[in-house]
Design a protein around this ligand. Structure first.
Ligand code: DHB
Length: 295
């Protein structure tokens, strides 16, 4: 299949930041390359400068999911290019690099740097970050998203995928702005903002970062609703994600309007979940011709 100009061998990819392909290669060796669990690999977020990430605790388990506030730790553009890109280029699938900046010009520099690398098939823009000059979340406001794309679009001919946040008034409006200002695709949903209280310290949040991003089965219904809303607003290809644990869940996101599906939190329980879910989806689709058919 083809997604926004990227040729793919299947319909399941990873959600950014939920599968460490370099660590998995160390753990599984070349067996990882022989049966890679995803049809494309999406990197964790890369920023211009290195980031330490948030103070602990960084995780909280929920009844049907988890909250995390990791704070996007990463080695920064230069070390990613030197150390990680050569290893990720060995993966047997197209590489999508996720980038974030706190000003449109920072994102433009990242997009230009990765756009110039033949190892990179496409870029995903993590817009869940406040613009330092306006104070507005770049992905929560259609005007901010439009302004970002106006700066970034000219930096590369490679596909640009805008990762939409559910934490805004109208993801459909933001998607429409992305489409009108040159995005090639949208991906959604990012995590849903939430908080857990400290079990022993009154009035204190548990997470070092205060609030965190909710993911897992609990957000699947939100993902389905938002994917359908965005499908009704734009013609762009949609990478849908949120709480997918099975082929059935993937099929439902596709039926809601997604063209490609990402698996995130489920890969923390089983790093090979992507392979299982892809196989389940193929099985469902192979049998779907049977629906309503009687002997
Ligand atoms: C981080 C966590 C998330 O859940 C997310 O969607 C993006 C970034 C982080 O804290 O690193």
């Amino acid at each position: 299949m083809n997604f926004a100009g990227i040729e793919l061998s299947g319909s399941i990819v990873n959600a950014s930041g939920t599968f460490d392909a370099i660590a998995a290669r160390r753990a599984f060796g070349d067996a990882l390359l022989a049966s890679f669990p995803f049809a494309a690999f999406v990197s964790k977020t890369v920023t211009l400068e290195p980031r330490q990430g948030n103070p602990p605790p960084r995780l909280w388990e929920l009844g049907a999911g988890m909250l995390n506030s990791i704070g996007l730790p990463n080695k920064g553009l230069n070390r990613f290019l030197a150390e990680d890109l050569p290893q990720l280029a060995e993966l047997p699938v197209p590489l999508i690099v996720n980038v974030m900046g706190s000003a449109p010009q920072d994102v433009a520099r990242l997009v230009a740097a990765f756009g110039a690398r033949e190892e990179v098939a496409a870029l995903e823009l993590n817009v869940s970050c406040p613009n330092v000059t306006t104070g507005l979340l770049m992905g929560a406001d259609p005007g901010e998203t439009a302004a970002l794309l106006d700066v970034v679009r000219s930096q590369t001919a490679k596909p640009l995928i805008v990762k939409l946040t559910p934490n805004c008034a109208s993801p459909g409006e933001v998607a429409a702005a992305a489409e009108q200002h040159g995005a090639d695709a949208v991906s959604l949903i990012n995590t849903v903002r939430g908080m857990a209280m400290h079990p022993r310290r009154p009035r204190e949040p548990w997470l070092g970062g205060g609030t965190g991003g909710m993911s897992g089965p609990a957000v699947r219904a939100i993902a389905l609703a938002q994917v359908r809303e965005v499908r009704r607003r734009v013609r762009l290809p949609i990478l849908g994600m949120g709480g997918v644990q099975s082929g059935r869940h993937a099929r439902e996101l596709l039926d809601a309007g997604a063209d490609l599906v990402a698996v995130g939190t489920e890969s923390f329980r089983d790093p090979l979940a992507g392979s299982r879910i892809a196989a389940e989806l193929l099985e469902i689709d192979a049998n779907s011709g049977m629906i309503g058919v009687t002997a």
